[in-house]
Design a protein around this ligand. Structure first.
Ligand code: URA
Length: 431
């Protein structure tokens, strides 16, 4: 088989056979196909698309290109994935809610890069918390406590790793079959029987419109179900940051507030929706039953207890969660005041995320270090009325950094005379 024939076929809008996709994925994995031919095929796929069979085949082969985690000895395994957002601390609350309901959430999470945060960084702000675990220990904790969230170890979907690195520098990220197969190959390799996807749209998301998010969600749900995993997607608004906190320790504290029933309304309802969906499809319950069970796990304290126990099992200081110990204080703080009277009609999430990264809460390159106490607490959000001079947000971190970040953050707000329409956090559910 010749790679040039495969490129020509896709260039001419013809579907690739399973054998041709297999040739491509194995050549990507063993590096026998050079970057320039991979780039050419990726651009042809971006321009001419892939049908469902091609996407399913590509995903399954990328999933099998490396290690596949075997979780079959754990009951009701359920995973969640977010397509990435600003202030997205949902895993920290969703995992213990789902675990309190009987799911096993054995989850490998990533680090933050650019304007989006990563769950592993948030968890590492808890003193002692170990994010590098051997598979046996990872599964043992998950079995005993119902949840275990670690960093990625092992060689999962190496074909995707190489393809993603090439897509990043060849303007070929933004293709629905390529995004769907990239995300789902890693989810299939991660082993859970139930997969719930939080597909975001808006200023802080890959997908800028709800329509595109829905197309991506449908594709991923088809792939997951086609591969024999029970899969659903929740399409959610990321035009506005999630909750009030952006920054690692700040977000852990906010997730704890959700579990104590004191969380922001939109954030709490999203956490409930995601955990309920994991429970619903794992146990074959109705949506209503599942939502009320998830709310009960918050109200009766069982979800919070589950998080504390799992954090302790992973070496973390659970007293940081109960409030008996305090997270380290940030070096300095600075307020951002409103420049005008009016309603907040927009808060560009990407700009808020970049400002948070500038405080020291995020990283530009994977080897940059992080200031766990840095970040932003929003005092006012989309739809709120503010008066000139009133506090919009507080920035935490090193003085020089937060001064620059404050300038950037101000650019995120639009303040106007008329009240903007209310927007629900959950736009649609696809199953
Ligand atoms: N996240 C992924 O893992 N892959 C993509 O292609 C886009 C987002």
């Amino acid at each position: 088989m010749l790679m040039t024939d495969i490129i020509e076929k896709k260039r001419d809008k013809l579907p690739l056979s399973d054998k041709e996709i297999e040739f491509f994925v194995s050549g990507v994995t063993d590096k026998s196909i050079p970057d320039y031919q991979i780039s050419a095929l990726l651009m042809a796929i971006l321009l001419n698309g892939m049908d469902r069979r091609e996407t399913l085949t590509l995903t399954a082969l990328m999933a099998k290109s490396g290690d596949m985690l075997n979780l079959s000895d754990l009951p009701h395994t359920a995973d969640k994935h977010s397509t990435g957002g600003v202030g997205d601390k949902t895993t920290l609350a969703v995992a213990p809610i789902a675990a309190a309901l009987g799911c096993t959430v054995a989850k490998m999470s990533g680090r933050g890069l650019g304007f989006t945060g990563g769950t592993v960084d948030k968890l590492e702000s808890i003193t002692g918390y170990k994010t590098a675990l051997e598979t046996t220990e990872f599964k043992k904790i998950a079995k005993e406590y119902g949840m275990c969230v670690t960093g990625q170890s092992g060689n999962f979907a190496p074909a995707d790793k190489r393809l993603y690195a090439i897509r990043d520098v060849t303007a070929t990220v933004n293709s629905i079959p390529l995004i769907a197969s990239s995300i789902m190959s890693k989810k299939l390799a991660a082993g859970a029987q139930t997969i719930v996807l939080d597909v975001k749209f808006g200023s802080g998301a890959f997908m800028k419109t709800a329509e595109d998010a829905e197309k991506l969600a449908r594709e991923m749900v088809e792939i997951g179900n086609g591969a024999g995993r029970k899969t659903a997607a929740v399409i959610t608004d990321m035009d506005v940051p999630l909750g009030f906190a952006i920054g690692n320790a700040l977000e852990v504290e906010e997730a704890v507030r959700v579990l104590k029933g004191e969380g922001e309304e939109a954030l709490t309802s999203l956490c409930v929706a995601l955990a309920a969906k994991m429970y619903q499809i794992s146990f074959g319950k109705t949506e209503e039953e599942s939502i009320s069970a998830a709310k009960k796990a918050i109200a009766d304290g069982s979800a919070f207890k589950t998080l504390c126990a799992a954090v302790r099992a992973q070496g973390g200081d659970e007293k940081l969660l109960t409030g008996e110990h305090k997270f380290p204080e940030p070096a300095a703080s600075l307020e951002l005041l409103s420049p005008a009277d009016g309603y907040i009609t927009a808060m560009n999430s990407e700009t808020v995320g970049k400002a948070a990264a500038m405080t020291g809460a995020g990283r530009e390159r994977l080897d940059d270090s992080i200031d766990y106490s840095a970040g932003i607490i929003l005092s006012k959000k989309y739809g709120d009325y503010v008066q000139k001079g009133e506090r919009l947000a507080t920035l935490y971190g090193e003085s020089r950094r937060i001064r620059d970040a404050r300038e950037r953050l101000l650019g995120a707000y639009s303040i106007e005379e008329s009240r903007p329409p209310k927007k629900p956090i959950v736009y649609k559910i696809i199953e």
